[in-house]
Design a protein around this ligand. Structure first.
Ligand SMILES: [Zn+2]
Length: 107
């Protein structure tokens, strides 16, 4: 808790929907439950906060995006058509997963 405050986070008067601990407002504006180690989101101003359901999907999306960039930079330097074909297939698989992840996030 002291660490969070030192990092510039502020204590809010909102309570965590899961454990009722006071929530912190992180420097980037996110609400954070220190006890659950989870991001909490407020859907609408004045509404009860809830645990961010998409936290796992956010990190999955970030992982896939990082891989996509990796493959992309490999493709740029790859000359072998067979390797390019493999990279292309990997890339399209990743993009499919990315698409699926984003769809799940919206539900
Ligand atoms: Zn909590």
């Amino acid at each position: 808790m002291a660490d969070l405050l030192r990092q510039g986070s502020t204590l809010t008067d909102l309570a965590c929907p899961a454990c009722a601990s006071p929530l912190f407002r992180l420097k980037n504006g996110d609400l954070w439950c220190e006890k659950d180690q989870k991001k909490v989101i407020v859907v609408k101003e004045g509404e009860e906060p809830r645990i961010a359901r998409s936290a796992a999907m956010d990190s999955l999306e970030a992982t896939i995006m990082a891989k996509v960039q990796e493959i992309q930079s490999k493709m740029q330097s790859e000359q072998n058509p067979e390797e390019l074909d493999k990279l292309g297939k990997t890339l399209s698989g990743l993009l499919e997963n990315l698409d699926r992840t984003r769809k799940i996030k919206k539900t």
